[in-house]
Ligand binder design. Structure first.
Ligand code: ADP
Ligand code: MG
Length: 590
């Protein structure tokens, strides 16, 4: 249970603000996360760790000498937005380039990727290092699909030490990837975690059961077994990791026995007593092992074992000193660089006035009404979407969609009041959605809405064909970013039938309203039909079997939103919005 909070949706922000206040001598809060308080004396590579909240000390607790230069901090279990990643990178960059490092989750990959594109366009050298240590999440032949769990820590530590020692960007990246290639983790869960304000944990296990192969976002274990003794659990962990010994690996290893949030240190020490002798008996020297909480999952009860096979290059980086709020090793001290006392900048977008045609301004009102209808539907469905996502994902889909649509509605209304046309209203709504929702669905919805708006433009109101083109642009952007195909069990499964049906009917001369309703019915049926599928993309993929029988949350919410969009975006009776398939002569349009 998370018992201490105010408004549950402010939990992550308030936790970060409190953390930055306590450790103000070491860290400085910036929009999107936190960076080191002291600027480096010499330009150095900025190692930026990131991901959602709920994993303390990952990721902000690891900011400091010998470790991270900054952390990008998303909402609970939700990828930070591209804007957050960009903003933290700008604050941390000292001229030697930045590297984002994070666990391999679709939302993080997309958001950090988008931020990287933007930084590169500004001439900042930027790289990404993904952590893929969880042996339970994909077979060895697909190790690139594995998710990142407690192995995040060893990879960050090695990269942080390399950057501190003056390695250049290419070398920090090379060492990070090498550390990741040589790192394996297996974990088990005893009890699910509970979101602040939620009345039940994300999953429960039967009495005396354990889930083997846990995730760190409240994803349940991959399969449930009888709760073993500590000795048996140690044997299971060690056997599974040593079965994956990297080819040509040496006999010196870094080891982490990690508690997930509400497993006691004493329990970890008992388990250590079974793990360590087995590793030593297998011929390994254990180099500065760590037993404690390094990557947690709110209040989850669970434990994971991580092994990193060291070589001459990695070992000194693993053992190098570090000084961060949550993790100290040796005597690293605080470097002598100047302390940055700048107050965290507030986002102060200067109010802009927009140029737009009258018909587009009028249609923009319908866009705002469409978003408001979606807002109502998503608020009503928040819990049920979260429950769908909790079956094989992390339970945050309802919350993410609500955060996204709330921000989108506010931004759209603001743009409308400043005279924006439909294109700008939707593009602005998309940016706000992406920035506030985070997560996989957030980045996709945000980028999709922007593409929708850009395609509509700000001159006129669309006819059925133009509306079909805008919906197709929405879908193309989502497909381009997420790279999911139909059948992968994602929102694309509902979106593609919508686009195909609407475009076909628009081409046949059906009015936009009738076409939209038919397309929305197809999308709803397709979303329901995803229940039969196994997820091949996204956070639910490792738990594919558990997901069978339940529709995809993102496809469900997409069908829901497109259904309620219809009466606003495509209604035949929208005054001045010639969208019923009958075009006015060009001269009649403003
Ligand atoms: P997260 O998975 O980051 O927690 P959400 O829970 O908000 O994000 O959204 C999950 C939904 O995102 C899934 O149900 C699926 O529809 C969609 N999704 C995941 N990966 C992809 C992808 N690569 N392309 C399109 N949609 C995706
Ligand atoms: Mg989710």
């Amino acid at each position: 249970m998370t018992r201490i909070f105010n408004n549950p949706s402010d939990f992550a922000e308030e936790a970060l603000a409190g953390f930055c206040d306590v450790y103000a001598n070491l860290v400085r809060q910036v929009p999107g996360g936190a960076v080191r308080r002291h600027r480096p004396v010499q330009p150095k590579v900025a190692v930026l760790a990131g991901g959602g909240s709920g994993h303390y000390p990952a990721f902000a607790g690891l900011i400091g000498t010998g470790l991270a230069d900054g952390a990008v901090v998303g909402n609970i279990f939700t990828s930070p937005s591209a804007q957050q990643a960009y903003s933290v990178a700008k604050a941390a960059d000292s001229g030697a380039g930045v590297v984002f490092t994070y666990g391999n989750y679709a939302g993080d990959v997309m958001n950090f990727g988008l931020a990287s594109e933007r930084l590169a366009a500004e001439g900042i050298q930027v790289e990404n290092v993904l952590v893929t240590d969880d042996v339970a999440s994909a077979p060895p032949s697909e190790s690139g699909k594995r998710r990142g769990i407690a192995g995040d820590f060893t990879v960050f530590k090695i990269m942080g030490a390399a950057a501190e020692a003056g390695a250049d960007l290419a070398d920090v990246v090379r060492l990070g990837r090498k550390a990741n290639d040589l790192t394996r983790t297996i974990g088990s869960a005893f009890h699910g975690c509970t979101f602040p304000g939620a009345d039940a944990p994300l999953f429960t296990l039967k009495d005396r059961q354990m889930g083997l192969g846990l995730g760190i976002h409240g994803e349940p274990g991959l399969f449930d077994t009888e709760l073993p003794s500590a000795k048996e659990l140690g044997q299971e962990f060690v056997a599974r990791l040593l079965a994956e010994t990297p080819h040509g690996a040496g006999d010196r290893i870094a080891v982490i026995l990690n508690g997930l949030g509400s497993t006691k240190h004493e329990e970890l020490f008992v388990l250590w007593l079974s793990v360590a002798p087995l590793l030593r008996a297998a011929g390994y020297t254990l180099v500065m092992p760590e037993v404690g909480e390094l990557v947690t999952s709110l209040d989850m009860a669970g434990v994971s074992l991580t092994v990193t096979w060291l070589d001459d290059e990695l070992e000194p980086l693993w053992t190098a000193p570090a000084e961060t709020p949550a993790y100290r090793r040796g005597n690293a001290g605080i470097p002598g660089g100047e302390a940055d006392e700048t107050a965290p900048a507030e986002a102060t977008a200067a109010p802009e006035a927009f140029a737009a045609g009258d018909a587009s301004r009028e249609y923009a009102q319908h866009c705002v009404a469409a978003l408001a209808a979606a807002r109502e539907a998503l608020h009503d469905a928040e819990k049920s979407l979260g429950d769908l996502d909790a079956i094989a994902g992390d339970g945050d889909h309802g919350r993410g969609m609500v955060r996204g649509i709330d921000a989108a509605c506010a931004a759209a209304a603001g743009a409308l009041s400043r005279g924006a046309g439909a294109g700008t209203v939707l593009a602005t709504a998309g940016d706000a959605w992406a920035d506030n929702a985070g997560g996989t669905s957030g980045v996709l919805w945000g980028a999709g809405l922007r593409a929708f708006g850009e395609c509509l433009g700000n001159d006129q109101s669309p006819d059925a064909a133009e509306l079909a083109a805008a919906v197709a642009a929405f879908a193309a952007r989502i497909a381009g970013l997420g790279k999911a195909d139909v059948g992968d069990k994602t929102m694309v499964d509902a979106l593609v039938p919508f686009v195909e049906t609407f475009s076909r009917l628009a081409g046949e001369g059906t009015g936009a309203d009738a076409g939209w309703s038919e397309a929305a019915r197809e999308a709803t049926a397709a979303a329901e039909a995803t229940a039969a599928l196994r997820p091949l993309k996204g956070r639910a993929r490792p738990l594919a079997e558990k997901s069978v029988g339940t529709p995809d949350p993102g496809a469900t919410s997409l069908a829901m939103v497109f259904t309620v969009f219809g009466p606003h975006l495509a209604a035949a009776n929208i005054a001045g919005a010639n969208i019923a398939g009958v075009r006015q002569p060009a001269g009649a349009r403003s």
